[in-house]
Design a protein around this ligand. Structure first.
Ligand SMILES: CCCCC/C=C\C/C=C\CCCCCCCC(=O)SCCNC(=O)CCNC(=O)[C@H](O)C(C)(C)COP(=O)(O)OP(=O)(O)OC[C@H]1O[C@@H](n2cnc3c(N)ncnc32)[C@H](O)[C@@H]1OP(=O)(O)O
Ligand SMILES: NC(=O)C1=CN([C@@H]2O[C@H](COP(=O)(O)OP(=O)(O)OC[C@H]3O[C@@H](n4cnc5c(N)ncnc54)[C@H](OP(=O)(O)O)[C@@H]3O)[C@@H](O)[C@H]2O)C=CC1
Length: 547
């Protein structure tokens, strides 16, 4: 088998003119530090979560910018009636891989899917696959996780903590492992305002929690979850904090790097601007606003919107993998991967740019003209939910019922309210992250690597990024065609006319009701009308005189 052969030939080596330095540093033949691409040349890389948003971008970037990488082993499970092979083959057909495909049409030969269900004992990897992996893997990127905010605690614990522990156990059996890179989140410690690049004491001893939840009924776990997560907003951030602690405990045995991205958004530059494939985080909010469904949301205009483009996170991740393997730091290094402290942008500015971008590049079949506003005032938000969400939904559902269709708008709004209710915690306050390790890493890169693996967010132009992000949601999440923009604009004009007509009719109706009931209203009405006539006749007289 070609992978087995490649494992034997390349295990532990780089396949290039590199050698291990005295301190474990990999150096070129001339003694200089190897570049990132040279480091990955000939390496066998294990990736979890490769079918996810960030995993895909990681696989793509490795194949494109480190073309001599040996093999990428992807731990994948079958899902939704598709085998793991079908899933990986579908993934490689996606537009994200167009540039790699152009450079190397045979790139799929470097990808080896390994069947694995991370919530199962020993990750459900077959003994043969364990043998294969332990004999040749050089570096691990652990991206898999459940990122749902409403995940039941037991499942979040199983996947985010226990699977991480099992992967670390597997890593320790690997004969040629040089680095273990764990993807965490900048919000793992969101119960703090200032977050350093350290691992904070866990909210609870992970093993004790795992042992005690094991025998508990799901309903009991559900009842005690709020008490357990304490001042964290959800099971996701709670279990990611526990996972960091589990990872740190292995740092005497493995060389470890922990990446903490904030809110990961569409790509900034690579492989092309605006690539995004899901509704997570702000993407779903942008789409709902672009479709004219979302009109109001609780967020603080002046709070920093700590968005970070996915390609920046992946470039930093690959650079951290290189640094960890080459320098073998004694303790796990944490990289807060954020923008707020370096190039801040605020939710109020995001709102403005998202709205104007969707006006220039409207989404198809919008429900209403895009016009969303954010407010930090709870009552104001509730008022707008009633007036701009629930009332129009009621009217539209009534229209659907009358025309013999199934009402659906109220159901959509209920789901939207659940989703934004879970996100508001993150958009209503701001945090301060220390990003010294990100700067330190940048200073270690050669000028060439700084360009190829760019994670310098000082260069990020936010308005341009948000424009590409919104276009990305249209093209890659909703699969809409840019050539349909004139029709979408026409649809918005139609919606505007409907709104004007509706507002005028409503005004006339209210006024008629009012006039019929009040002498004072009638007097005001006659006064206003006579004033208008006087103004008109004055205007006509003065224009006749001038001519
Ligand atoms: C224009 C004004 C803009 C101003 C911007 C203001 C604020 C920005 C908003 C948010 C910023 C905060 C982001 C915080 C991120 C924190 C950083 C992290 O650590 S990242 C991890 C991020 N994780 C998530 O984002 C996951 C959140 N999602 C969930 O937990 C769940 O999906 C859910 C929201 C609870 C919904 O669960 P449910 O079971 O009801 O549904 P499904 O997940 O099965 O999805 C059903 C359906 O809906 C689509 N979907 C999912 N999420 C959204 C969404 N946010 N908006 C719209 N639609 C969404 C999903 O794709 C499914 O579609 P389909 O049925 O077609 O497959
Ligand atoms: N997205 C974001 O904004 C942020 C993400 N992060 C972190 O980045 C990492 C990647 O996130 P992202 O790519 O957005 O997440 P996705 O939800 O897009 O991807 C999750 C990945 O994990 C895999 N996975 C989930 N459950 C299992 C399982 N039981 N067995 C095997 N594989 C499984 C999924 O596989 P499958 O396709 O089979 O479901 C998928 O490949 C996570 O660790 C997350 O915590 C951190 C900060 C922000």
């Amino acid at each position: 088998m070609c992978y087995l052969r490649s494992c034997i030939v390349k295990a532990g080596g780089t396949g290039r003119a590199t050698q291990m330095g005295k301190t474990g540093e990999e150096t070129g033949a001339d003694g200089s530090m190897v570049s990132i691409a040279d480091y990955y040349a000939g390496k066998n890389v294990l990736i979890t979560g490769a079918t996810g948003f960030m995993g895909k971008v990681l696989v793509e970037k490795l194949l494109r910018s480190c073309p001599e990488v040996q093999t990428l082993y992807l731990l994948v499970r079958p899902k939704a009636g598709q085998s793991m092979h079908e899933r990986v083959s579908d993934m490689m057909k996606c537009k994200l891989f167009d540039r790699v495909r152009e450079d190397n049409p045979d790139f799929h030969q470097k990808i080896v899917p390994i069947s694995s269900e991370l919530t199962q004992p020993a990750l459900a990897i077959s003994p043969e696959d364990v043998e294969r992996l332990t004999s040749c893997v050089n570096i691990i990127f652990h991206c898999a996780a459940t990122i749902r905010f409403d995940e039941p605690l037991k499942h979040a614990l199983q996947l985010n903590v226990m699977a991480t522990q099992q992967l670390l156990n597997l890593a320790q059996q690997m004969h040629h492992l040089q680095a273990f890179i764990h993807i965490s989140t900048a919000y793992a410690n969101c119960n703090r305002r200032h977050i350093d690049e350290i691992i904070y004491p866990p909210p609870v001893e992970p093993k004790k929690l795992i042992d005690s939840l094991e025998w508990m009924e799901d309903s009991i776990v559900r009842d005690i979850t709020p008490r357990l997560i304490g001042d964290r907003p959800n099971t996701y951030t709670y279990t990611k904090a526990l996972a960091e602690c589990v990872v740190q405990r292995e740092s005497s045995k493995l060389s470890i790097g922990i990446i903490r991205p904030s809110i990961v958004g569409a790509s900034w530059q690579e492989p092309f601007p605006g690539w995004i494939d899901n509704f997570n985080g702000p993407s779903g909010v942008f789409i709902a606003a672009g479709k004219g469904i979302l009109r109001t949301m609780r967020a603080n205009n002046d709070a920093v919107a700590d968005l970070i483009p996915v390609d920046v996170v992946i470039n930093l991740t690959l650079a951290a993998g290189w640094y960890t393997a080459v320098h073998r730091p004694k303790a796990a290094l944490v990289y807060n991967c954020t923008t707020g402290g370096i190039n801040p942008f605020h939710w109020g500015e995001i709102e403005h740019h998202v709205m104007s971008s969707f006006k220039r590049n409207p989404l198809e079949q919008a429900f209403r003209r895009p016009n969303a506003n954010i407010t930090s005032n709870y009552l104001m938000n509730q008022y707008w939910i009633l007036v701009s969400h629930k009332f129009p939904a009621l009217i539209y559902d009534l229209y659907l019922r009358l025309s013999g269709q199934k009402p659906q708008m109220m159901r959509i709004f209920n789901r939207l309210h659940k989703a934004i209710g879970l996100l508001e915690y993150f958009s209503s306050q701001d945090w301060e992250w220390n990003s010294e390790n990100m700067n330190m890493l940048m200073s270690h890169l050669s000028p060439e690597d700084r360009k190829t693996f760019n994670f310098d967010v000082r260069q990020l132009n936010w308005p341009e990024y948000i424009e590409n992000y919104c276009i990305g949601t249209k093209k890659y999440v909703l699969n809409e065609d840019m050539s349909d923009i004139p029709a979408a604009k026409q649809h918005l004009r139609k919606l505007r006319n409907i709104r004007y007509t509706f507002n005028t009719l409503l005004l006339v109706f209210i006024w008629r009701v009012f006039i019929a009931r009040s002498q004072m209203a009638r007097n005001i009405w006659y006064f206003v009308v006579s004033l208008c006539f006087k103004f008109l006749s004055y205007f006509r007289a003065s224009s006749t005189l001038t001519n």
